[in-house]
Design a protein around this ligand. Sequence first.
Ligand code: NDP
Ligand code: 2IT
Length: 449
Amino acid sequence: MNAKSYVDNFMNELVTKNPGEPEFHQAVREVVESVADYILESPQLMKMKVMERIVEPERVIMFRVPWVNDAGEVVINKGYRVQMNSAIGPYKGGVRFHASVNLSILKFLAFEQTFKNSLTTLPMGGGKGGSNFDPKGKSEMEIMRFCQSFITELYRHIGPDTDVPAGDIGVGGREVAYMFGQYKRLSNEFTGTFTGKGISFGGSLMRPEATGYGACYFGEAMLATRGDSYKGKKVCISGSGNVAQFAAKKATELGATVMTMSDSNGYIYDPDGISPEKLQYIFQLKNVLRGRIREYANKYPTAKYVADARPWGEKCDIAMPCATQNELNGAEADMLLKNGCKCVVEGANMPTTPDAIAKFQAAKILYSPGKASNAGGVATSGLEMSQNSMRLGWSAEEVDQRLRGIMSNIHSACVKYGTEPDGYINYVKGANISGFMKVADAMLAQGIV
Ligand code: NDP
Ligand code: 2IT
């Protein structure tokens, strides 16, 4: 069997078994394409059906989340936790609160998480959870009551050595704190069951910064392979949440100028660049006032706001998609390439569509998949788990040093397994093969489980 027919057969079966899950199919196809040759060369992997087992979640928990809104009405949301793979450690991954959340999206995220967590070299399996609850416009008390109801069911399925949730879209420090509080109350134990906690109750310094900073450290390593850096570059960032904010901060510190940020309603473009002072305003706007990015253009009138659009038509050297999945398509990839973009660093999970990835790779520009370049967030969650187990807290400098080391090692692994005969580094292949090998090895050793 050649690689193409292996992939075709595998995907046909997967789609038949998991109908109506397009995001999950997309994430699996990318990995299977990368590792097909490796699997075909290993009779053990074939015989023990390791890939067939990896795509089947070990457990999926789906539950009702009933709560009462400020108007006194009963509201019912869906709750999920996908416990994908525990071959190399307890399930680990974020919780997403967004109206679009469904099983396909959480299975794709949990699947990606399994390989990402393996890449960090820390002992963490893969998981992801969430709800179709939309936090936008909800009061503080509504958010708290929702988080409490979500955990009232989920608490029996998680634990410091079982499954350790964290943040993702719509879930930041505030929501993690409410979930942790309810978990602690129900379990009657103070443990490190969540990461992304507040510093006063076991959180790690640098966890809020880690995903965005880590993406920039990874981008620096990519650019260094071509004797280049962030210095003097124009950067287009999408999103204006946790990942986007700290990617913007670090890119600026590294000497780049950030031109754009966005949210689901549109983007802002600042011809003078988003200075540290302006970025401070965005932190305030998004994290405290919980406002919309369009307000930036009211405060700084030289900037433009473009409604219902994404920033990829603007000229830049480096693009950092940091909002959500499939937010950069083939037509937008063409625009970026035409405008001279040389490097795409994913902060979000699966933000680039497969046809856009193919275009970047055909043009031989630097392109890294999220599971490599956004792994700094979960890696620092792993460091938070270590600190909790030791009942110690490291300094920001110490955590940052470890984060830099982990991102550098992930980059080296991508180079090792992804360099093609002509010298082009295929980061997709490198990340997928390297992430897969460790999980597959552990699964083979542990038997048919
Ligand atoms: P936040 O909720 O803090 O921010 C999300 C941002 O993306 C907001 O600006 C939001 O805009 C925008 N966004 C969300 N959904 C959509 C959509 N459907 N279309 C357009 N814009 C959208 O989340 P994070 O910053 O934590 O997460 C961003 C990405 O990074 C996600 O893909 C997440 O999975 C990934 N990630 C996060 C990590 C973390 O540690 N937090 C770690 C690794 C990856 P709006 O306000 O309008 O919703
Ligand atoms: O996608 C991700 O890696 C995250 N949302 C972070 C997960 C975590 O456990 O810190």
